[in-house]
Design a protein around this ligand. Sequence first.
Ligand code: GDP
Ligand code: MG
Length: 298
Amino acid sequence: MISKTAFKSGFVAIVGAPNVGKSTLLNQCLGEKVAITSEKPQTTRNRILGVAHLPQAQLIFLDTPGVHRAKGPLNVRIVEVALKVVESVDLVVLMTDAASPQKAAHDMILRVLRKKTLPVVLAVNKIDLVKKERLLPLMDQWQKAYPFEAIVPMSALEGTQVDDLVAEMVKLLPEGPKYYPDDSLTDMPERFIAAEMIREKVFRLTGEEIPYAVAVTVESFKERPEKGLIDIQATIHVEKETQKPIIIGKGAKMLKRIGTHAREDIERMVGCKVFLKLFVRVQKNWTRDARAIRRFGY
Ligand code: GDP
Ligand code: MG
């Protein structure tokens, strides 16, 4: 059945003091279909922990390294480093432990979040460990502490109200394309997402004239750590000669706009500077050419 509800997609960071249950929640959200990027340590780049594939949305979870690896109490430096990732996400889930509120750590996190304009959802976890009489005043305190978009009591371990939390996340995400194919278990998804981000900009910016017969391939995706950037070369394939000038535009203005918008999205994903070079190529009737279709990954 075709749903009228727009598809949502975006980046989510789960933050909170150590041991509140972030990893447990992540496992619940990701289920079996986990797409995890390579485990090689990336100090300057965002790491994708996994993608939750829902019928109406795709949630891409980004790692917040400091908070995840912190063993002892958090300090301001750890929080600041961890929350750098927050600059590139669409939504933050702050997780707390109802049985052990760790007020100091969370005040610190809230102080950093307050400087941003991101929507924050509070997940009050481990409600299986506390009595309702204790939970209600706690939720009340949180409500006064910060303008959360929503406060969701839950138990990641027992799976209680995880659905409610996911529903809140979906509600707050922007409309966006399916960056990953449904069954993606690839260890190199960034390349694919980059292509999808470019394709989306072509649709958004060129409007009606350009039919869905546009494909994007990423020919080269090279990390240049010495320059602190990623070098990407991609091609926009169209079916007809007449479509080429629409994509390129007068004085190549359209292609530049597509490139700028796509680059900004890709930079948000990878968390570092991107140098994006775009080409436009006519591949006659590619939609009917089985080999071409395979090459484009459809
Ligand atoms: P993280 O450090 O925030 O990633 O926390 P973890 O997900 O590793 O969880 C820390 C501990 O809390 C583990 O022993 C979990 O099993 C436990 N835990 C997580 N969620 C819950 C919950 O909802 N209820 C209870 N009772 N324990 C939980
Ligand atoms: Mg963890």
